[in-house]
Design a protein around this ligand. Sequence first.
Ligand SMILES: Nc1ncnc2c1ncn2[C@@H]1O[C@H](COP(=O)(O)OP(=O)(O)OP(=O)(O)O)[C@@H](O)[C@H]1O
Ligand SMILES: [Zn+2]
Length: 732
Amino acid sequence: MIPEPNANSSLIVWEIAVPAPLHTTFEYLPHDNIAPPEVGARVLVPFSGRESVGFFIQSREATLADPQKLKRVIDVLDHQSLIEPALLTLLRWVADYYLIPTGDALMMGLARNERKGKPSWTAPLNALKAVASLEDARIALSRAPQQLRALELIGNKIRTLKDIESQGISKATLRALTQTSFVEKVVNDTTHHTEKGYTPPLTPDQADITNSVADSLSSFTTHLIDGVTGSGKTAIYIECIKRVIDTGQQVLVLVPEIGLTPQTRSRFESALGLQVPVIHSGVSDTERSRAWAMARSGAAPVILGTRSSVFCSFKSLGLIIVDEEHDSSLKQQDHPRYSARDVAVKRGQVCNCPVVLGSATPSLETLANALNHRYHHHRLTERAAAAKLPDIKLVDTRGLALTAGLSDEAISAIETTIARGEQALLFLNKRGFARSIQCEDCGWIAECHNCDSIMAVHKSPPQLRCHHCLAHRPTPRSCGSCNSVRLTSRGVGTEQLETFLSRKMRQTPLFRVDSDSVPNLTALNALLDNIRQTPSAILLGTQMLSKGHHFPRVTCVVIVDSDGLLFSADFRAEERLLQLLTQVSGRSGRAELPGQVLIQTRSPNHPLIKHAATTPYLELARTLLDQRRALGLPPHGALGVIRADAKQERDAIEFLNQTREVLADDAICRLLGPMPALMTRRAGLFRYHIVVHSQSRKRVHQTLKKAINVGSNLKIGRKISWFVEIDPTEIV
Ligand SMILES: Nc1ncnc2c1ncn2[C@@H]1O[C@H](COP(=O)(O)OP(=O)(O)OP(=O)(O)O)[C@@H](O)[C@H]1O
Ligand SMILES: [Zn+2]
C-alpha cells in the first residue's frame, strides 16, 4: 500500500518487499552504482535494526516526504530472480488473495537456505571423468602407479569418488590425480535412475481418464478423479506423469501428509524408474535444497511433496497432481495461511497446465466445481483388479458392555480375522490411555490450566496431558476439589486399547500407530515396513494409520468410536465425518481378500452414520451440498474471519469491537461477532473472532482487506496477536 509517487520528487528509490508482519513494501536508496536487478531478485537491506533478505520489486521515484530518512540497500544477492516469472505471478496472487504481506509470500518461493540469503544449492562435484588418453597418462604417471590404477578404473565412464575409493584407492591419491590434467571433477547424475518394477496394465476406465488428462496437456484444465478407495487412482497418476515427462516437462505431486510420502515415492520410483525427490518438513535442509535445485534446473522430472511444495520452482511445469485433495492438512492453519489445493489450481492457470485433483471423498468445494462442469468429473465406482468394496455394518453399542471400548462383536471379528491369518485395523482418534480423569464423589474433572479443555490420561509416561497445548502434569492420586481418592478414568484411548488387546491376544503381533508411539518419519517407515512383512497382525491407531495407506492384508476394520467424531460446532463437521468414515472403511479388503468394516456407534440413527454403510459418498455429499446451499455457506457463499488472540480477554474483544466499528455491515456482507471461539482459551490466550459472511467472495475479501488497514492502525492491535483469513476451513 505504497502511496502514489510524488510528482515533485526526482529521487529514485528501490521498492523492496521485506518479510515482516506489515502489509506494505518499503523504499530504499539503490545499492551503490549497481543497475536494478530483476523483479523478485534477493537483496540485503537494513530492517528493524538487523539485516534482512528482501525482494526487489521496482525502481521508481520516492514517495516519502523526508528522503533523508531512507536507508540504503546493502547488497544485491542475485541479479536474476531465483523465482521464475510464472511463480512470481502466482506468489503475488497468493499475497493478494490470502492477504499475506508480499515479502512473506515471496519467501515461500525459495528453498530454506536461500531464504537466509545463502546461495542456491549446487550439485557437488563428486565424480571424476577422464579428459585425456590413457596412453599419454601412462607415460606421464609412470611413477604414480596408484593414480594410473584410478584412471584405469575410471576408463571412459563417470565414476564417483566414493566408488573409486571403495576399490582401494586412497583419498590422497585421488586428490593428487585431480590436480593433473588427465581428469576433471564432474557432477554424477546417474543416481537419477532407479530400478523399474512391474506395473499392471490400466483398466479401460483408468485408461479413459488418463487419455482425457493427456489430451489436455499444455492447457489449463482441472480434472477431478473421484474414485472409490482402492480404485487405482495412483496408477492413473503414474501413467499421466509418464506422458508428461515424455514431452520433457515436469510434474508436481502433492500429498497431504509426510507419512504418505514414502509409500507414494516408492510406487512412483518403481513405476517410473526415476528418482523422485521429496520436499517436506522431515527432509534435511540439504536434501530439500537439492530437491528444490533439481526442480528449478529441470533435472528432476517429478517432485513429490507436502503442501508448501506447491511453491517449488520449476523449469517447465506440465502437470500438477493433488492426491487426497479433500484432506484438511492441505490447508495451512498458521501464518501464512493458504490452501495448497486452491493454490495448485491457480498455479495450473498461471502455468497453463492441467491440474488433477484425486480423492475417494472429494471436498464439497471441488465437487461443486465438478458438478457445475468447471472441472472435468471422472468417476471410478469400483475397485481396481479383483478387489471389491468392503461390507460395512453398524454396531449399535447402546446398552452394551464394552471392554476397552470394544463390543463382543468387534472382538470376535478381530479374532476371526487373525485366525484366518489376516490383518485387522482398529481406528480410534484418541491418543493416550483415557480421555479424562474424574472424581466419582463430586464430579470434578482434571482440566488444562492453559486451555478450556480437559486433560487426557497417559500411562507411558504416567501423566495428564493436554492435547491442545504442550501442558502436562503428574496424574493426581486424589480429587483436585474434594480430595476423594475415588478417581476414575473415562473414555478409551489408543494406549488402553493396546494394553487390553496385547493381554487378550498375546500371540498376535500388535502395531500401534499414533504420534506418541511414532515420533518421526523414520520410525513410521520402519513400522509400516514391519506391518507389510507381518501377514497377520492387529494395527491400531489414529488418523496417522488410516489416511491413504495401502495395506493389502487388512480385511477387517473397526471404527471404535464414531460418536467421538460426531459433535462439533464447525459447519464442516458432517463433511469431515463422512470423509473419515469412508476413508477409514476404505482400508479394508483392498487386494484379493474380501473386507468387512464395523462402525461402533451410540447414534445409529444419525443420518450420516445410518447411511454411511449403504449409500455411496457422492449421494450423501450431494445432500450436504444442498444443505450448504440453503444456508448460503461455502461452496455457495464465502466466509472470512478476523481473529484476535490476547492474554487479557477484554483486549481481544476491544480490538474486534474497534475494528468492527469501521467496517461496513450490510445486507450483502454480514459481520457476526465479536464472539468467542469454541475453545475460547487455548495455550493461555483468549480467542475471539468476527465472522464475515457474504454470497460475494469479493465482498468478503474487500472487508478483510479493510480490516487489515483498520487493525494495523489500532493501538490495541500492537498489544495482541490478530489476523484475517479468507476461506477458513475451521471456524470453531
Ligand atoms: N489396472 C490395475 N490392474 C491391477 N491392479 C491395479 C490396477 N490399478 C490399481 N491396481 C491396484 O489396486 C490397489 C489400489 O490402488 P491405489 O492404491 O492406486 O488406489 P487409490 O485409488 O489410490 O486408493 P485410495 O484412494 O484408497 O488411496 C493397488 O494395489 C494397485 O496396485
Ligand atoms: Zn492446554
